[in-house]
Design a binder for this molecule. Structure first.
Ligand code: 1JT
Length: 253
């Protein structure tokens, strides 16, 4: 389904990463992919994972450094000469910001969370567009805390709201170049990021009980949805936030 397509994946930390589940699903369908990693600590992990796939590329990219972003896209252009899809699966907020009350969010935590988790989508979309010569597809990851209050999610909820709105504005701008932009709103998954969060176990238990499917979503299920969104099967879908959460978001009391 993705034969002859080139993808660029932001946000692999290890094999449990949502970004890796997306990349695996796409690789199974014939895509070749470039991976970015943030910081030297993650370099080895990402190189090992990417090494399992054919004709992959691994480049450093800290989105707070524009020169690294420019260099990452230049490396993709040098190796493949084009880009068909991009998966954005990065977010950050200081740990203290994901505990206690939202009202105590500091200026610094707010700025950092919004810059890394929301602005970076606009930043990489602008850089990707010139390489998407036959159109393209951009997919980002959101969470329910963007639209309803989820205790402790705090400033990340505000960042995800900005991310979902950015998805719509980017879809409107890039549609004329046949570039689609969509978000997946994933249910909670036990990744490296989530593991740093207090009470993640009880959140997973709660969602697993309340969701229509009576379980939590898997990273592989999110990966399969990303595969659909980057494929031509989703050619009529843009600006959308698609829930992949075992139905949790449809429930009232
Ligand atoms: C970040 C983290 C972004 C954890 C995230 C996230 N998006 C979803 N999760 C899992 C989660 C976290 C909390 C939560 C529900 C789900 C951690 C590092 C920064 C970026 O609250 C109930 C706090």
């Amino acid at each position: 389904m993705l034969e002859n397509k080139i993808g660029m994946i932001f946000g692999v930390a290890n094999k449990r990463s949502i970004a890796w589940a997306c990349a695996s699903a796409c690789a199974e369908h014939g895509a070749r992919q470039a991976f970015t990693y943030q910081g030297d600590r993650l370099k080895e992990n990402v190189e090992k994972l990417a090494g399992e796939l054919t004709d992959s590329l691994v480049v450093p990219c800290d989105v707070t450094d524009q020169s690294e972003v420019d260099a990452a896209f230049a490396a993709v252009n040098d190796k493949y000469g084009r880009l068909d899809y991009l998966i954005h699966s990065i977010a950050f907020a200081p740990r203290e910001a994901l505990e206690g009350e939202f009202v105590t969010t500091t200026r610094d935590a707010f700025r950092t969370a919004l810059e890394i988790s929301a602005f970076s989508l606009t930043q990489v979309s602008l850089a990707a567009a010139p390489l998407m010569k036959d159109g393209g597809s951009i997919v980002t990851m959101s969470y329910y805390g963007a639209e309803k209050v989820v205790q402790n999610y705090n400033v990340m909820g505000v960042a995800k709201a900005a991310l979902e709105a950015s998805t719509r504005y980017l879809a409107a701008d890039l549609g004329k170049q046949n570039i689609r932009v969509n978000a997946i709103s994933a249910g909670p998954i036990n990744t490296l990021s989530a593991r740093g969060v207090k009470n993640m176990g009880s959140l997973l238990g709660y969602v697993g009980e309340k969701s229509p499917l009576k379980r939590n979503v898997t990273a592989a299920e999110v990966g399969n949805t990303a595969l659909f969104l980057v494929s031509d099967l989703a050619s009529g879908i843009t600006g959308e936030t698609i829930y992949v959460d075992c139905g949790y978001n449809i429930m009232g009391i």
